[in-house]
Design a protein around this ligand. Sequence first.
Ligand code: ATP
Length: 282
Amino acid sequence: MNVHPFPLPTGTADRPLLQVRDLTLEYRASRRLVRATHEVSFDVHRADRFVLLGPSGCGKSTLLKAVGGFVKPAAGSISLNGQAVRGPGPDRVVVFQEFDQLPPWKTVRENVMFPLLASRRASRREAEERARYWLDKVGLDRFAGAYPHTLSGGMKQRVAIARALAMQPDILLMDEPFAALDALTRRKMQEELQALWEEVRFTLLFVTHSIEEALVVGNRILLLSPHPGRVRAELNSHQFGLHSAGSDEFQASTARIHRLLFEQPPAQATEELLPQAMRREG
Ligand SMILES: Nc1ncnc2c1ncn2[C@@H]1O[C@H](COP(=O)(O)OP(=O)(O)OP(=O)(O)O)[C@@H](O)[C@H]1O
């Protein structure tokens, strides 16, 4: 059994894996209509670490939920592998911030196996094999028999990551997964996520409001304006690795993104702040 591959289907090399076009998302709250995002477009390619970055309330989580199939577009479209997203599916798995996303009555191993069995994507034997593989990958093989309440916050998030990747989703969706961790653990988790990506090359869509986290985790960053979220700019950030956080270039990029997010009116931003070199070719 193939436990770890994230293979490239033939004939799809040039097509973005995920295409989001002019996406407007709204909530109906009592008698009001709340617009969460306005005409947002972006492409995620295979093995991208694509980050949605913006201030609180700009619609990042709503965008992620829409890609997950939990929120229907008011306008615009989302397609994965060329197919319109019409609802949730095992090809998109979400890791949340909350530590209680793991059922406490299941062991770590059972937590990883559960979605595989529930979705009938694997037999029990295959699910056990995948759980072993992925728990080893996140460094928790020794804790397979433990219950979630005996783990630290960082360990619980590693279980959630193992559980998600064991499903071999086309895209891993992460909504501020490290925001509830202390600063040191958060940095360690960012590093581990990047190391895991180096090894496995999964595709990631990651939500954060931390500029530093976006630069460390992402290879591309979509900057969203305050509520309702519109695209301010799209940047490359692949030059920043695990150990670049203190560098001058990193600090300069942090300051620049801060200006883009908070100081530029959107009309100017689209004109001036998308230098050709920073756009994806084509
Ligand atoms: N269930 C809901 N019903 C009504 N309005 C909602 C609902 N969920 C979110 N909103 C509103 O939609 C907008 C976008 O919210 P969302 O949570 O997507 O933003 P966010 O950028 O993820 O914020 P944060 O970083 O604080 O989590 C906000 O104005 C929020 O109040």
